[in-house]
Design a protein around this ligand. Structure first.
Ligand SMILES: *Cc1c(COP(=O)(O)O)cnc(C)c1O
Ligand code: SF4
Length: 357
């Protein structure tokens, strides 16, 4: 059996198995036994948890918490609103649309790791809603919509699909003349790096004028291992670009030191930071959310000027009408007819000529 399949079959998703990895606290045990929710991770990722520290950043992303019972600031029926599913345009369940030229195509609700902060938790983790994830229906819709030039394949985690299905999806999409790129959103390089197998590499490898891009999700430097580095290198040798979309998580990555280390370490393993998302108001994840301004403050205080420019992601809120950037805005301190006054990361000022339109 392939190592990645074995990882999935031995998912750490019972109290018994969990106790092989960590000292489970009474609160964690109560959450696991009383919350009606899907949880679990791979043995590989479980081994990265701190056995003694309940505040371990990996542990908090993996284990259900009693705090999930609180929902003061979350939006009920969040996913339906967020993905614009109640608009006039008739679309298959698998197609989420916020833009004219690109769509998200949901192909599975299965994941290797069920992230507690998942914005799709109603579908993936809590399973309160169900979508019809019919590949043919989605493919047929994309074929008809020739204005779509970019398809983002998502889930769940699309790399949980069998090789044949991934190969089929890529092949069918590449038959469409109107597509310019195919993207996958997958957490496997982080939670299941064994998934990047020689067989998968053969599927992703052949040169084609329609490029493949992958965005993974890594939220803390401790999630990055030698196995991650190897998986990413393998993807890059296939001509697949690898980016990261982190989620800003309170108490996990919202301090300047961790935030900078995360983005530096991503570059060290050749992953290009792409987005940092404000943690979305799905129900029951209040405890993961920071102030809206926090991400911009972190970019100002920990990234811009403090480390390599390539380490800087764009900070965005992913809303129902598209992603809205919330980057720091302290740079322009003043402006008159002659010049701008600009401020750098150290608070130093400089002047720049004002060019009339
Ligand atoms: C995030 C998202 C996209 C892709 O957005 P980019 O900014 O191009 O990465 C496309 N469609 C939907 C519905 C999305 O949520
Ligand atoms: S891998 Fe993605 S879809 Fe799956 S639980 Fe995590 S955030 Fe949600």
């Amino acid at each position: 059996m392939e190592a990645w399949v074995e990882q999935l079959q031995n998912s750490v998703n019972t109290l018994e198995r969990l106790k092989d990895y960590i000292e489970v606290t009474p609160a964690e045990e109560k959450a696991i036994t009383t919350l009606n929710t899907k949880w679990g991770t791979t043995p590989y990722f479980a081994a990265l948890m701190d056995p003694k520290d309940p505040n371990c950043p990996i542990r908090r992303q993996v284990l259900p918490s009693l705090e999930e019972n609180v929902n003061e600031y979350g939006v009920d029926n969040y996913l339906m609103w967020k993905e614009n599913r109640s608009t006039d345009e008739v679309r298959p369940d698998s197609i989420a649309r916020q833009y004219h030229d690109r769509v998200a195509f949901t192909v599975t609700d299965v994941c290797a790791n069920y992230c507690r902060h998942c914005f799709r938790k109603e579908l993936v983790v809590d399973r309160d809603i169900q979508f019809r994830m019919d590949l043919e229906e989605g493919l047929a819709w994309i074929k008809e919509h020739t204005e779509v030039r970019d398809v983002l394949i998502t889930g769940g985690d699309p790399f949980i699909l069998a090789d044949e299905k991934i190969e089929y999806l890529i092949r069918k999409l590449r038959e469409l003349d109107h597509l310019e790129m195919i993207r996958f959103g997958t957490r496997t390089p982080i939670v299941l790096p064994q998934r990047i197998t020689p067989a998968l590499k053969r599927i992703l490898s052949p040169y084609h004028k329609i490029p493949l891009w992958i965005n993974t999700q890594c939220n803390h430097p401790r999630e990055i291992t030698a196995e991650t580095a190897r998986a990413v290198f393998d993807l890059l040798t296939c001509g697949v670009n690898v980016g990261n979309r982190a989620v800003l998580l309170k108490g996990i990555n919202d301090d300047p030191e961790t935030f900078r280390q995360l983005h530096q370490k991503l570059l060290q393993v050749r992953i290009r930071p792409y987005y940092v998302f404000y943690c979305e108001p799905a129900p029951g994840i209040d405890h993961f959310r920071t102030t809206v301004e926090k991400g911009a403050e972190l970019i100002r205080d920990a990234i811009r000027g403090h480390t390599t420019g390539l380490a800087q992601p764009m900070y965005v809120i992913a809303t129902n009408i598209g992603k809205i950037p919330l980057m720091p805005d302290y740079y322009i301190m003043g402006k008159d007819e002659k010049e701008y006054t600009l401020k750098n990361y150290q608070g130093k000022l400089t002047q720049w000529p004002n060019m009339p339109a």
